[in-house]
Design a protein. Structure first.
Length: 187
């Protein structure tokens, strides 16, 4: 565990509390005629449904990563905690590279046959590897896997709940997780 962990843990926990207590009441406000305000006006389902999907994905995939490869998951989350900036850059570079390669392949009709599976495969890998970022955030709060997974699920739910800021935070966390996978493949 990095030596700056207590300071980093308190910062992450403060951010989680801010996301939990800050924007959510503002999102759930209603106008005088009872209609929801903000992003919620376009949807017909309750506001908490946006939190269930990411939390369920983190529960299933994060739990499977912990069960199937606890040592590998610990190694990758350690890497994410030790150098999150480098992991983010590698994750972002992989995203840009796959999108660029897909566009170049899609220009030709024959390459389109390769571009679609490339993008679908990348999305699958991104979903799985992105959970490493959430587990790394969970490990900031607790080193034991059950507690780390619980924190990761809460963070994923909060990310899904907050409209714009949550999407940006989720993107960064996912790219850090993807970057750790890319770094490991590169080495």
């Amino acid at each position: 565990m990095p030596t700056r962990a207590p300071r980093l843990r308190s910062g992450v926990l403060a951010a989680i509390l801010f996301l939990a207590a800050g924007p959510v009441p503002a999102i759930a406000q209603r106008t005088t005629d009872g209609a929801r305000t903000g992003v919620e006006t376009a949807t017909q389902y309750p506001w908490y449904v946006d939190a269930i999907g990411p939390a369920a994905v983190t529960l299933v995939i994060g739990g499977l990563l912990i069960i199937v490869s606890p040592d590998g998951t610990r190694r990758r989350t350690d890497r994410a905690l030790e150098s999150p900036g480098a992991a983010f850059v590698y994750g972002l570079a992989s995203l840009i590279g796959v999108i660029g390669a897909s566009v170049l392949l899609a220009i030709t009709v024959i390459g389109l046959v390769l571009a679609i599976p490339l993008l679908l495969g990348y999305v699958f890998v991104l979903i799985v590897a992105g959970e490493l970022g959430y587990l790394a955030v969970g490990r900031l709060a607790a080193d034991a896997w059950p507690a780390a997974l619980a924190v990761a699920i809460i963070v994923a739910a909060l990310v899904g709940l907050v409209p714009i800021l949550g999407g940006l935070v989720g993107f960064v966390i996912g790219m850090i997780g993807m970057g750790t996978a890319v770094i490991e493949i590169r080495e």
